[in-house]
Design a protein around this ligand. Structure first.
Ligand code: DGL
Length: 283
């Protein structure tokens, strides 16, 4: 048995690394749907279908639990799959399989509140003191998931999202640091113009962006706190496994990396993030 980690591409490796650090003995299978990346500009129905296919592939490979290390899939597909597909699939397989997303842990980290907490609305206008910038794909931005879910819990936080549609293709395509930095500076400047000032905190709301977190740090005012999805997801997974002893994450330290795209080594940008060679098997 193992934990499956799913992303449209290499971005979920940032989450995988944090999960492995937290649970070093557990077995992990990573699946990158690189044949269909990027997801960010795809219609919702396609993202639902691709995410379901990715989960099935990971369950077939022996995962009992899949972590969707992809904001776009979590924002657009997760609730639908949990409501309409997973219950029957679980019954057919006769196992307590489950799929978790990345947005719930991120919102818990951003609000400092458990997901179950919903602010009491008394009707009076709450002054927004804390401006939170979210950088994400077009799909995640359009879903407004961060705006909606944070507003339910913390009415003193104003959320402004900025879509960065060019960034995933640049990262998957091994763009150079100059091109990446220019793109990121433009998106940070656009968000700053829209808010009227720089955000107080920021979420890198696409797992790919964590690979270039240093460039976001350089483009934002010095010391702007970043909410890190990999750590937030590792915290949430650890708590989830403690509550669900029936889910066995394995004990052999297995690491498998699958791709629906071209198997073999990953690009130089990814290997430099990873700190060494990384080869993917055909899914
Ligand atoms: N890395 C993914 C995310 O967190 C998806 C990026 C994409 O394929 O557009 O949203």
């Amino acid at each position: 048995m193992s934990i499956g980690v799913f992303d449209s591409g290499v971005g979920g490796l940032t989450v995988h690394r944090a999960l492995v650090e937290r649970l070093p003995a557990a077995d992990f299978i990573y699946l990158a749907d690189q044949a269909n990346a990027p997801y960010g500009g795809r219609p919702g129905e396609e993202i639902v279908d691709l995410t379901r296919a990715g989960c099935e592939r990971l369950f077939d490979a022996g995962a009992d639990l899949v972590v969707l290390a992809c904001n776009t899939a979590s924002a657009i597909a997760l609730r639908r799959l949990q409501q309409t597909w997973l219950p029957d699939y679980r019954k057919a397989k006769g196992k307590p399989l489950n799929v978790l997303g990345i947005i719930v842990p991120t919102i818990e980290a951003a609000t400092g509140l458990p997901w179950e907490h919903e602010a009491e609305r008394r009707g009076e206008k709450v002054e927004k003191l804390d401006i939170l910038g979210v950088f994400s794909t077009q799909g995640t931005t359009n879903s407004r998931v961060y705006e909606i879910e944070i507003d339910k819990r913390r009415q003193d936080v104003a959320v402004f999202s900025e879509a960065c549609p060019n960034l995933v293709p640049l990262i998957e395509g091994d763009a150079g640091v100059v091109e990446l930095a220019k793109e990121i500076e433009e998106r940070v400047a656009a968000l700053t113009r829209r808010i009227g000032r720089a955000p107080d905190r920021a979420i890198l709301g696409c797992t790919h962006y964590e690979i270039v977190a240093d460039l976001f740090r350089a483009a934002l005012p010095a010391g702007t706190p970043l909410i890190h999805q990999p750590v937030a997801t590792a915290d949430a997974l650890e708590r989830y496994l403690a509550r669900h002893p029936e889910l066995n994450p394995g004990t052999s330290g297995v690491r498998r990396f699958l791709t629906t795209g071209k198997p073999g080594p990953q690009n130089a940008l990814v290997e430099s993030f990873w700190g060494g060679p990384l080869s993917f098997e055909a899914a």
